[in-house]
Design a protein around this ligand. Sequence first.
Ligand SMILES: [Zn+2]
Ligand SMILES: [Zn+2]
Length: 628
Amino acid sequence: MPSAATWASPTRYSTQCPPGTRSPATSSCPDTLPPGNTGTRSRCSGRPTSASTSTSCLTAVSATAHVRSYDMGRQCHGHAVKSGLAEHHYVCNALLHMYCQCAHVEDAVKVFESVSGFNAFAFNSMINRFLDKGMFDCSVSVVRSMVGEVEQWDHVPYVAVLGHCASTKELLLGRQVHAQALKRRLELSVYVGSALVDMYGKCECACDAHSAFEVLPEKNVVSWTAVMTAYTQNELFEEALQFFLDLKMEGVQPNEFTYAVALNSCAGLAALKNGNALSASAMKTGHWGALSVCNALINMYAKSGSINDAWRVFLSMPWRDVVSWNSIIIGYAHHGLAREAMSVFHDMLFAEEAPSYVTFVGVLSACAQLGLVDEGLYYLNTMMKEMGIKPGREHYTCMVGLLCRDGRLDEAEHFILSNYIGTDVVAWKSLLGSCQVYKNYGLGHRVAEQILQLKPNDVGTYVMLSNMYAKANRWDGVVKVRKLMRERGVRKEPGVSWIQVGSEVHVFTSDDKNHQWINQITRKLRELIDQIKVIGYVPNFAVVLHDVEDEQKEEHLMYHSEKMALAFGLIHSPEGATIRIMKNLRICDDCHVAMKLISLVTRRRIVVRDTVRFHCIEDGVCSCDDHW
Ligand SMILES: [Zn+2]
Ligand SMILES: [Zn+2]
C-alpha cells in the first residue's frame, strides 16, 4: 500500500511531475496533457513496472471504486500518473470502472479518450454507463471506436452494441450486428441470443425477438425473461403470460425479473385474478420481497382497479425506489384519488427520493383533479427550474386539464397554442371535454374543428360534437355531423368490454345480439333500466350516431358493451361483490350516468377502466367527478 504521504491531494504532484509527463496538477485525470500530446490516444503500454506497484495501484483504485469515493479515486489516479502506471492496461480499466462507479462519467471519458487499446470489457462498461445515463450520442461514439479497435469480438462486445441498439432503437444497426453474429455463430450463445431478443423487443419487432429466442439451443431464465419482456413491451400480454407457463413446463425456475414481467403483463390485461395467483407463487418461491416484484405488484394492482392492494404492497416494502413511488402516485391519480396522490408525493419528498419526469405527470394530474391551479403552476416551475426536468406533452396536457377543470377554458386554449402543443390531439380533446361540461359550445365547435383537422377520423370528436349540438337543441347540427361522418367514411370502432368471472374472461361487443348469454343479459338490462328510470334516468340519445327512431336509439344504448358486461357481472357474482369492467374506448355519457344510478339501486361498487382512466362508481357517485 502507498504510504500515507502519497494519499495527499493530487495537487501535490504538480510540482513533482517531470516536464513532459501528464501532470495531474489541475485534475487528476489526464485532461492536462503536455503540448503536442493533447487529444491523441496513446496505447495502453503495460510498460514494465514492478508487479507489486501495479498490483497495489490496481487494488487501491478498485477499493475506491468499491466504496465509491471519488476523492480517494482521484488521488489514486494522481499516484498512478506519478509512478507511470496510468497507462497500464489493468490500471486504466480500473480507473474507468472507478470513475463510472463514482458517477463521474466525464472523467471516465477523459481516461478513455486519452488511452487506446482497451479490451472489450472496458468498452462494455463505458457503453452501459452511457446508456444508464441516457447519453446515447456518447455511446454511439464508443460503439464506433470499438468497431475500429477491438479485433477479437467474443460475446461481450455484441451484448454491449446490441444494448446500445436496443436503447436507441437503431433497428438497422441491430440487424447488421445480428448478421455479423450469425457469421461467427455467436447468435447461439445464450448471452448474445438474449441481447438480440431484447434488441428486437425494444425495436418493436416481437416476431424477430421470438425467432432469435427460438433458435437458442439452450434457453435459460434470462432468455425466457427477455422474450417475455419483448412481448410485454409490444403489448402482447397474453402471449407473454403463455411464455411464463411454457417456461414452467420446461422446468426453468423463474427469477424475480420473470415474475415482474409476468405481473406487468397482468397489469396490461387488468387480470387481477392471474396477478393474485402470480403473487402467491412469488411468495412461495421467496421472490415476493424483491424490489422489482413489489413494483410490478403495485403496477398490477393499480391497473386492475385495486388501488388499496397496491397501497398495501407499497407499505410492506422494506425499501423503495423512484419507480415504486411513481407507480403509487400515478395509480392514485388514475383512480381519481388526488388527495392521496399528493400526500404520497409529499412523503416522497420527505423521504428524500428525487422526483422524476413521471412523478410530475402524476402530481400535475392530481392537481388538475383537485382544481389546484396555483399549485400546479408551482410544481411545473419547480420541475423545470429546480429539478432541471424538461416538461413534455404529458405535463402540458395535465396543465390544460388543470385550467379546464377550473373553468378557465380560454386560458387553456391560449396555453395550448403558446406551448407548442397545438398538434397534440390529447390536449385539444381534454379542452373539448371541458367545453361540454361548461356548456361553452362556441369554443367547443372551434376546438372540435381543430381536432378534426389534425385527425379527421377521430370518432370520439364527432360524438362529442354531435353531443354539443344536441344539448344546444341544434338538431340540424347533429344531422350535419352524421353526414360528415358518412362522407368521410368514418366508422365507429366497435365498443368492446370485458369482465372476469371466475377464472374466465367474458368479452362483450356493442350491439352483439348473438352473445351466448344474450337472453339472460337482456332480461337483466330491462329490469335495471326500469329501476333507474324511476330515479331519474333519461336515455341520452345524443350519443347515438345512428339515424334511427328514438325507440331504436334506446335499444342501441342498452346494448353498449359496458352495460352488457355489467349486467353479466351482476348476474354471475355474489351479492355485494365489486364489478370490474375494462373497455377499449372512452366510456360514453349515457353509460356513465346509467352506471352511477345502477350502483345506487344494486348497492354495488362498479369499477370501469376505459382508455383514459378508472371510474370507481359507488353510491351514485363516480371518482372522476364527471370530468374525463
Ligand atoms: Zn355507452
Ligand atoms: Zn367517471
